[in-house]
Design a protein around this ligand. Sequence first.
Ligand code: UT7
Length: 337
Amino acid sequence: MRAPAAAVLTGLGAWLPPRRVPNSELCARLDTSDQWIRERIGIAERRFAEPDVSTGDMAAAAGARAMDSAGVDTVDAVLLATSSPDHPCPATAPWVADRLGLTGVAAFDVAAGCSGFLYATTAAAGLIASGTAGRVLVVGAETMTSIVDPGDRATAPIFGEGAGAVVLEAGPPHAEGALGPVVWGSDGSLADAIVVPAGGARGRYGREQAPRGDFHVHMRGNEVFRHAVRRMTAAARDAVVSAGWEMPDVDRLIAHQANQRITTAVADALGVPAGNCPSNIREVGNTAAASLPLLLAHAADRGDLKPGHKVLLVAFGSGLAWAATTLVWPAGLAARL
Ligand code: UT7
């Protein structure tokens, strides 16, 4: 019997809103400092979308670039990972598909916080393995200012906005660019560690009756930090074993850009040298579900991901949810930024 097809990375794109927001702009309204944000999170600036630019707009822009990078003008499905959809209902992905000229294809959102992109690529790989789809566009996009309280110093300095996207196509399991086995999981007992309390089915009240701030993200940062390091380290280790690799084989660690201290702690625990851990948090902040595809695009564009590199991807975020997988970086893939 033939092995099921693998999901092979054939296109990569990113879109960042042009407006740069340096720490100094946040310091003007928050009890914080440029030094604190740089030292405790590793961010110098982030991008914010203009008020009339939504998650769907950014997703469509990044998706178009990923399809251009793959040299394709159609896909069988569009998956959008986001925690900041354009509306609570409907999902944003069908709108994105329509905007891309793909009206009629299957399209849905994946809500798995900062792990959403890897959850979505995993779903796409399943669609490809089952023969349901031959080519899938997977996008991660976030407009975090739609859910972050600009006056909350515990969350406002962390998040940035943008979108990244990949095209995955059916191919042989051992092809370069084929996604490896996935290690993933969740812990809903800590659902309240990163939560937007209002706006859903629990706590059904109008905006005017909701407790102050309940339409914004509440995060127990310190606790999330500890779980992030533990879960990302364990998932990354298991993904390497599942791929049949050993940790010293890993050429590049592509970790969710949650906080530079988190990625450094994970890399240290795994024994991956700092020079093998591409990072863009300094320039774009924590872009949640957009973080991994944005980092892939930036690292590829900088020549930091070379054909044949063994790449380990890992993410963690609200849910709590985490995921890790592997791939060998393919030749001939040009990111479109
Ligand atoms: O993307 C996936 C989900 N999110 C994450 O993975 C984020 C994980 N968490 C974090 O990145 C960090 O926990 C934060 C950046 C949110 C906070 O950093 P921390 O080092 O964990 O700070 P802390 O909450 O332990 O607070 C340390 C100190 C406190 O002061 P005292 O009590 O030591 O005097 C805070 O009041 O830093 C203070 N502090 C701040 N000071 C200046 C907290 N936030 C700020 C701030 N500016 N923005």
